[in-house]
Design a protein around this ligand. Structure first.
Ligand SMILES: Cc1ncc(COP(=O)(O)O)c(C=O)c1O
Length: 493
């Protein structure tokens, strides 16, 4: 056994002004010395009393560091015999330097499941979603954060017990009630609070609906072009997305039946087709409901931004027309509030409530409950509808401004499709200017303008730009449209 010379401990520099407590500094210093081999196995450590005197710290500081080293197996302490560096530290542990640095990553083969690999190609990383023209980006600086903060504070200050533990899987009852009433008034959705299930965004709802009905390999209809999140959810469930071309009346059952007559589920956006914007005709809606009834199938209605309608009253949901409980209605707070809130919801037929509660419980039980309670107040006390009313007027002006500027600067190149609802427009390009090239150049200059062709699963000659107008202030638009004009004219040369 070697007795440690206290000189060896002089390398232990403790800093009394640091925010790291002295006992922690000592623990880390000794651990480092052991891992680097400066303190070798079986070396006897100084007694706590003498080390405390050497380092001019209290004896408790030393005892606390020794206790932690003992608990983690770096040293052993024998009553009456003192403390020793452990004799059986594995060699590979001793070779690790314990600096806290992330271990070097050598190149290696990793088996990734086909499902995970197929989800890797998402074209636009999330950090771009806040850029000007990002589709679906709301006017964040217009949000009533003061009111929102007050409601949150109210619930955090005196949280009800049920919001801290044992929150129901389907979400707080108060929020389910508030959303049921809100959807009844604004979207003609017919439901009770028990049919509403609160989720972490509508993407989660899409996942759960697909999982509830699809066996691996089953065909599921989605729109072409359509929301990539639907395709990803279908792939994640090992089912097969069947892309059904939409026309001016929206999703076509006749086309869908030709492509995959046995499909398990239809995923559609009937009020405002994503991304082209048309409304599904009444005849097509009734046909699809009839198909679902006759075949015992279900329809996922993605109602992602229908609150913003600039002509007449908001259209009624498909769910509100359904007499056979065949529609799973999905909505989100991401467009009317902000996507960071991560609140979406679904409304399901009564006999499917338990199925969806079980699916949600299997993932993460429920979303944070206190914000749910604040959101319930935000809805029932009228803040949400006031905000939506204000934003409807603002977005209408923003759309007109953008369309006017694009007409002035690019009217000879773009064919602009103005929207009666929603938060984005579609501007078609001539074939000589590929939309994907405009998308890349726009991202490089700080604008998220999406290529229409990217919303197709099959190769397409559709060529256009999706430009969100809601989240971009009118005063910034002239400069941004100039930048876009510059990009497009360069590509057309
Ligand atoms: C058409 C459509 N559906 C669903 C979603 C998912 O939204 P979230 O998961 O934020 O509720 C989005 C988001 O952009 C969307 O555009």
């Amino acid at each position: 056994m070697r007795r440690l010379k206290n000189a060896q401990m002089q390398t232990l520099a403790l800093d009394a002004s640091s925010t790291t407590p002295l006992h922690q500094q000592l623990f880390l210093g000794l651990r480092q010395a052991i891992l680097e081999g400066r303190l070798t196995p079986n070396t006897r450590l100084p007694s706590s009393r003498s080390l405390a005197a050497d380092l001019t710290v209290s004896r408790n500081t030393i005892l606390s560091a020794y206790d932690q080293l003992t608990a983690e197996g770096y040293i052993t302490s024998r009553i009456g015999a003192g403390s020793y560096v452990s004799g059986d530290l594995p060699d590979d542990l001793l070779q690790r330097k314990g600096t806290g640095a992330v271990p070097r990553l050598a190149k290696r083969e990793i088996y990734i499941s086909k499902m995970a690999a197929s989800l890797m190609g998402s074209p636009v990383p999330r950090q771009y979603r806040g850029l000007p023209f990002s589709p679906g980006l709301p006017a964040l600086d217009e949000f009533p954060f003061e009111d929102w903060a007050r409601l949150l504070a109210r619930h955090w200050r005196r949280p009800k017990r049920e919001f801290l533990v044992d929150n129901p899987v389907g979400g707080s009852q108060v929020l389910r009630e508030a959303i049921a009433a809100h959807l009844g008034q604004t979207r003609a959705v017919r439901c009770t609070a028990d049919q509403v299930i609160i989720l972490s965004g509508s993407q989660q709802a899409i996942h759960l609906v697909v999982r509830a009905f699809a066996e691996p390999g089953d065909s599921i209809w989605m729109e072409e072009p359509g929301y990539p999140g639907v395709r990803d959810a279908i792939i994640a469930a090992s089912a097969t997305p069947v892309s059904v071309p939409v026309d001016e009346e929206g999703f076509s059952l006749a086309q869908a039946k030709i492509l995959a007559p046995q499909a398990r589920l239809a995923c559609i956006s009937p009020s405002h087709q994503y991304p082209l914007g048309q409304t599904m005709s009444l005849a097509r809606r009734l046909d699809l409901l009839q198909w679902a009834k006759e075949e015992g199938r279900f329809i996922l209605e993605d109602d992602y931004d229908s609150e913003y309608r600039y002509v007449g009253r908001p259209l009624s949901s498909l769910q509100g027309l359904d007499e056979d409980n065949r529609v799973l209605y999905v909505g989100t707070m991401s467009k009317v509030m902000f996507s960071g809130l991560r609140v979406g919801y679904m409304v399901v037929p009564n006999d499917l409530v338990d199925v969806f509660l079980a699916l949600r419980r299997n993932i993460d039980s429920h979303s944070p409950s206190v914000p749910e309670a604040a959101l319930a107040d935000f809805i029932t006390e009228g803040y949400l509808s006031a905000h939506i009313r204000r934003m409807r007027l603002l977005y209408e002006k923003r759309q007109s401004c953008l369309v006017k500027l694009l007409g002035e600067k690019l009217g000879d190149i773009l064919t602009i499709n103005t929207q009666e609802s929603g938060m984005h427009i579609v501007a078609f390009l001539p074939p000589a200017i590929p939309d994907s090239a405009v998308e890349s150049a726009a991202i490089a200059s700080g604008m998220l303008i999406r290529a229409l062709s990217g919303f197709y699963n099959s190769p397409t000659d559709q060529n256009g730009l999706i430009l969100g107008f809601a989240g971009t202030a009118e005063k910034e638009m002239p400069q941004l449209v100039d930048k876009l004009a510059h990009i497009i004219r360069n590509l057309s040369k």
